[in-house]
Design a binder for this molecule. Sequence first.
Ligand code: Z2T
Length: 835
Amino acid sequence: MTSLIPEGCPIVAVEDDRTGTSLETLKRAIMDNLFYLQARFPSVASRNDFYMALSYTVRDRLLQRWISTAETYLQQGSRTVCYFSAEFLLGPHLGNNLINLGIRQEVEEAVNELGLDIEELLNQEEEPGLGNGGLGRLAACYLDSMATLEIPSFGYGIRYEFGIFDQEIRDGWQVEVTDRWLRYGNPWEIPRPEVRMPVKFGGHTRSYTDSDGHYRVIWDAHHVVEGVAYDTPILGYRVNTANTLRLWRAEAVESFDFQAFNTGNYYGAVRDKITSENITKVLYPNDEPLQGKELRLSQQYFFSSSSLQDMIRIYLQHNPDLSKFHQKFTVQLNDTHPAISVAELMRLLVDDHHLDWNTAWNVTQHTFAYTNHTLLPEALEKWPIALFQYLLPRHLEIIFEINQRFLDQVRLHYPGQSDPLARLSIIDESGERYVRMANLACVGSYAINGVAALHTELLKATVLHDFYQLYPERFSNKTNGVTPRRWVVLSNPGLTGLISEQIGDGWIKDLDQLGQLEPLANDHHFRACWGKTKHDNKVALAEHIQAKTGIIVDPNSLFDIQVKRIHEYKRQHLNVLHIITLYQQIKDNPHLDITPRTFIFGGKAAPGYFTAKLMIKLITAVGDVVNRDPDVAGRLKVVFLPDYNVTFGQRVYPAADLSEQISTAGLEASGTGNMKFSMNGALTIGTLDGANVEIREEVGAENFFLFGLTTPEVQALGAKGYQPWDYIQSNPQLKRVLDLIASGHFSHGDTNLFQPLLSGLWNQDKYYLMADYQSYIDCQQQVSQAYQNREQWLAMSILNTARMGKFSSDRSIQDYCRDIWHVSPVIIKLNGGYQ
Ligand code: Z2T
């Protein structure tokens, strides 16, 4: 190992103020950071100054572990996982790092003694919202678990200057506001201005034969940008492992357009700088489906190329022979967003490092593994050939070459048949020609997985059926999981204390231990404590709701919650139909004995998705009427909480009685919110979709409210010709609900406003709401009844938490390590020199 410290030079120990955790040391360190990093003295310091000072104090304690981790990995040359993802929806760092370091208590005391409030400081953090929803949050949970399980790993992604937009609700409509999360500085990232990778775009290729007779290709790009590394340490729970999340920011190459500059084209040179830096400006706010925009492909290529170049650089420091690259690194592709990596690694190995094609292909195919996250056909990425040719001309050549060799193999498998060939081809030639990114990912990967058991089966049977026929051994299921550190310990300290009092705190790293709670489901006293914790959390959420929306809700009512991206397939509007059904029942009979409920919604709609935005308007419009109606007398409340994000999720999961997981069967790949709710003791009302199936298996059918068509039933109904009208005309209650919306009752008499939604339901009903309506209403009736039996409800709630062990992301990561990555833990000892 080379060291920058000259031989014989005494190593300067980092002083105790940067590692110590005694009360006095922490207080001194916070004040020291306030002074020397924020350049403030207490009487003029803002809350943000104190937040920064505290964060640097915590960061110092991370850095010690981070450096030891880096040194250990370097020395041991351990096999390393690289998780490639266009999104990492991390959520706030400070609280999580306090928990993982185990200094929450000490820091709270120190902060108190300085006359500050820890909650206020925690709330000061702008969360890094570098993702849309489930896929990005999954990546963040996996980083936490990989660090906690001491797996050598890197996250690689994009440092968006603007993450997912902030949502405001004006007059019941969603309004998007730019997320300026970096405005006041980000104490958790360490810029690495010396780690920069050139990334080329556009231009042309030319070939020649070198003096040794090798065919070579040169790519003369039109444009070059530089990827600059920004690192965030990711600390595991109560271990010394602190892995790295490396996010790339695009910078202009300073001297690139010197020509333009010198010829007096100053404007042109500056414009080039802006174009370059645009690449990492903003996260595309679409979950599924995605948009085929040039800038989006640029982002994907930009971070794939920067990351692979970085890995090759690291590899070559110790090993000259790139033909064994795949022994040192494995790359997990988080959906197809980084799938261009397959072609880029080939280019780097063949064009830049002069490996022969077959050797390079062997490396490539043994490096990548691909996770699919959706079955929605419109969400499968494909790029027009013309765009590829224009932006990545060399990659298009490489993809054609990969495809030709691949199809030669396929032909041997299906002699004389053209249909399978056309479907398997990386190039879609059915009309305008496209590059199919899922096909590229499948051909270039040694492992392919879905994210829940049902999802993986459906992948094998439908979207990836042809690949499954060809390569059955590449396929496996890896059911998603969520980290109990953020989603229970950090979010729900009350429940954490209660559980640990009973069974110790081993469950936090070994979630199956929650099973020890099972016998306590029958314990009257424990049930009462469980109920009190839930009630406290509901009171806290009620206060938050009042502060944010002015709506007063009753913590004794059933908290019925649906938080997730707004999408027709997730069927928030089915939930609304239930609310209107209850509303009508009350209007018919104001003295009806009904279980009081608070319906809470949260979620963002893609800015260009009109129907989803109209769904938000429908929720708020129904809320405006129901919340004010004196006949309802407060028994129903409907709340749409603006700007659902990780921070708000942390408040909401602990306070839920009922979790709404009501997607059309076969369309939600997994879902992960479903897991967070259940871990915190909410019961689920759900369809047999995604991971709901496995949650129900684990918690027991008697502790889960099941309704709706199954996937085969949906498919059969679709095949025989689904007529939503059949369900509407035979169900007067359903018809009345739809008619009430159409009448303008919720839109100040405007009969047009909700027409687009309604006519969708009447005419096509792509997501089978009409078919599932009655089953949903009946099931909700059972929920209301069950809630009346408090003892029974509490027992079911305890059993939900007790049986959620499987859904820890630690289990998911162990599955990936064992079946796909073949990596093992590396234990980190704190480096003596820096203690
Ligand atoms: C996303 O969040 C998900 C799938 C996508 O397909 C894209 C995005 Cl941004 C391209 C979600 C799934 O909808 C959800 O079911 C799943 O739990 C989550 O990914 C993580 O696997």
